[in-house]
Write a protein that binds this ligand. Structure first.
Ligand code: PLP
Ligand code: COI
Length: 342
């Protein structure tokens, strides 16, 4: 029985589900997987995640397909990125198997919250790890807690697949060149909040972050990667300080399958005026076409199309969605079916 929710009006917000799945690390080893209905985590006030940012997370989705089957999209990729984030923060590393097993269990236990196919919504999984050692000195946490919970979600941007307005802002950096921009740690998001708020107040959906050295090259679009289309090429930034997006990785493959040439290279903001289409991509954002960019420092505007979605962005979006909802062959083996008794 599916939960009684107004699926069509879901935004990107937390909705309570039935269970979450946990592992704890102490005395040098991981616990067995535990399932609980408790939404709270036990935490000492001096736990390292609360003071020194020893926290990391992931985001992935489960979809109810056209055939009624539930599929997780590329959970092993999230597992690998979760492990690389843990390594960067000197936290204990789980295995890919532990991560994927917890995601599958979370979906199984909350299957009634996987939105119906017709709703266009999905179940967002949020695996998170906290360093829990108690102390005062700045040092790696020896203890950790992993929680995998989920929430049914609708579109991240209220406008759905409509073009968005974004502001390029050099006044604050999301991450330093060799900082933590390439891993998914909470600190990156904390440092992006203030300019995100300023952008929202000025009517922009998101901030286009530039590199922190020359403040010239496009890095990320809020919590999503950036891509552009020009002369039969799918172009996306190459930089040590952007998060390696799993959606972008998938779109690069899809772009190639559709006959586009894939190019990863630094992208100067001035190049925006030469692009035929551009957009933000990520698990939450899916593909959000960028219709307009305002440069906060130079005052320059880059106008795309605020009414229509570009031809290639639409093709890429449709192909990705077709794979996720089981409407076409998953020829790269990206989805993992989660078998549930409903
Ligand atoms: N960049 C940032 C900063 C993000 O937070 C996200 C979201 O996860 C992405 C890019 C997109 O990554 P993915 O496609 O793996 O969700
Ligand atoms: C995702 O796309 O999964 C994200 O993690 C974005 C999130 C920070 C809202």
């Amino acid at each position: 029985m599916t939960a009684n929710l107004d699926w069509k009006s879901l935004g990107f917000d937390y909705t309570k589900t039935d269970f979450n799945v946990r592992y704890t690390y102490s005395d040098g080893k991981w616990s067995e997987m535990e399932v609980t209905a408790d939404e709270y985590v036990p935490m000492h006030m001096s736990a390292s995640c609360l003071h020194y940012g020893c926290e990391l997370f992931e985001g992935l989705k489960a979809f109810r397909g056209v055939d009624g089957k539930i599929r997780l999209f590329r959970p092993e990729e999230n597992a690998k990125r979760f492990i690389s984030s843990a390594r960067r923060l000197c936290l204990p590393e789980p295995t890919v198997e532990m991560f994927v097993k917890a995601c599958e269990e979370c979906v199984k236990r909350n299957a009634r919250f996987v939105p119906p196919y017709e709703s266009g919504a999905s179940l967002y999984l949020r695996p998170v790890m906290f360093g829990t050692s108690v102390g005062l000195g700045v040092r790696p946490s020896k203890d950790a807690l992993i929680v995998v919970y989920c929430s049914p979600v609708g579109p991240y941007f209220k406008s759905g697949i409509k073009p968005i307005r974004v502001a390029a802002d050099r006044s604050q950096d999301r991450s330093a060149q060799h900082g933590t921009g390439d891993v998914k740690v909470g600190g990156n998001y904390a440092s992006s909040l203030l300019c995100g708020e300023m952008a929202h107040k000025n009517g922009f959906a998101n901030v286009l972050f530039l590199d922190s050295v020359e403040r010239r090259y496009i890095e990320e679009c809020g919590a999503a990667n950036f891509f552009a289309i020009k002369d039969g090429e799918y172009i996306t930034p190459k930089s040590p300080s952007i998060l390696p997006s799993i959606t972008n990785k998938s779109l690069r493959q899809i772009a190639q399958d559709l006959g586009l040439k894939v190019v990863e290279r630094p992208i100067d903001i001035e190049e925006l005026s030469t692009f035929e289409e551009c957009g933000a991509c990520g698990t939450a954002a899916v593909i959000s076409p960028i219709g307009f960019v305002h440069d906060m420092q130079t005052g320059k505007d880059y106008v795309f199309d605020m009414e229509n979605v570009g031809e290639w962005s639409m093709k890429l979006y449709n192909t990705l969605r077709d794979i996720q909802y089981g409407r076409c062959e998953d020829k790269h083996g990206w989805t993992l079916e989660v078998k549930v008794e409903e």
